[in-house]
Design a protein around this ligand. Sequence first.
Ligand code: ZN
Length: 407
Amino acid sequence: MLKNAILVICDGLADRPLRALNGLTPLESARTPNLNRLAKRGITGIVDTIGVGIRPGSDTSHLALLGYDPEIYYTGRGVFEAAALGMELKRGDVALRANLATVDENMIIEDRRAGRIESSEPFVRELNGITIDGVHFMVASGLGHRAAIVMRGKGLSSNLSNNDPHILGVRPHFVRALDKSKEAEFTAGALNKFLERAHAALSKNPLNKERVKVGKPPANYLLCRGAAILKGFPDFEEMFGLKAACVSAVGLYKGVALAIGMDLVSVPGATGRPDTDIEAKFRAAIEALQEYDFVFVHIKAADNLAEDGNFREKRHFIERIDRAARMLLNLKETLVVVTADHTTCSELKMHTGDPVPIMIVGEGVRADKVKRFGERACALGGIGRIKGLDVMKEILNLMGRAEIYGA
Ligand code: ZN
């Protein structure tokens, strides 16, 4: 009897055949004895995480794989980034990603990252809690120059343009309403006032006076983008009856997990980079299975390596995932699911719409004849070709937790 499930999503794992790898993908050309052993025991297939030929973002594809239709729930990545910074969002809040930047006395952008300051925290602290036109502003600091802004109030809209022109030597744009609704007009107006006030406050910040004195660019302006409104996600446990936890080192995925009510398990040594401790992540996930019915493990680096065109390092990282996957071989009461959120093509250095491989291993699974975990091997498997939203349905069914349709 299956007690619980572990879902491992390897970001950007899938790829296209590469000439430099003799027409194989990095996954196909990697030595992956443990993943292959799992594939041999399980049922395999391929997944269009959003739909056929659609190039998925990481946030939308994760929502779909976790059973949340992005068509209904996705409004932009701002809410996930803010949630990941520890901001407690409420339904109707509008969240934006922000950079601390440098403008000169004529408001011309000199540096979009304020000389890559080490932490935005001492700068944004005083901007937290400002109220303008009845809208309450909260600001949280992220890594380096990054921050997130959350607006809370009645009648807000996230249909806003960015103020970041993405180039130097020009003024920041005004935030504009992207539709004719009074909500969008109102939200843009309040945000523009806030940005002006933030600029005035930041310019007076003693830390910036210090920076100017030693010839460093002051962190005196907020460039923001990606406005998103929190629609309110049904709780994962309510939707699926599974108490769930997430193991991830990266803000966006932690944000997705938090937004759907998963608990976070933090793992020392998990970095989200190629040097991450994959064994430690699996160990923590397996431990969490004592307490949770469902553990989602996110492994990031294959995606970044492919986006850098570094297919050899991607292959090497996949081999590291494989070595750690040895720990998944002896989970008797656990349904083990391994897949990816999208294909990241090392040659094009971007996400593409090709389907990704999936394997599901556990008691009661109708194992197929596939003996390798790879893009083309899994295309021959018993699951066939499914959509991202089907994955949770398949998991619930195999766990014996699906509700009957009809009598
Ligand atoms: Zn991704």
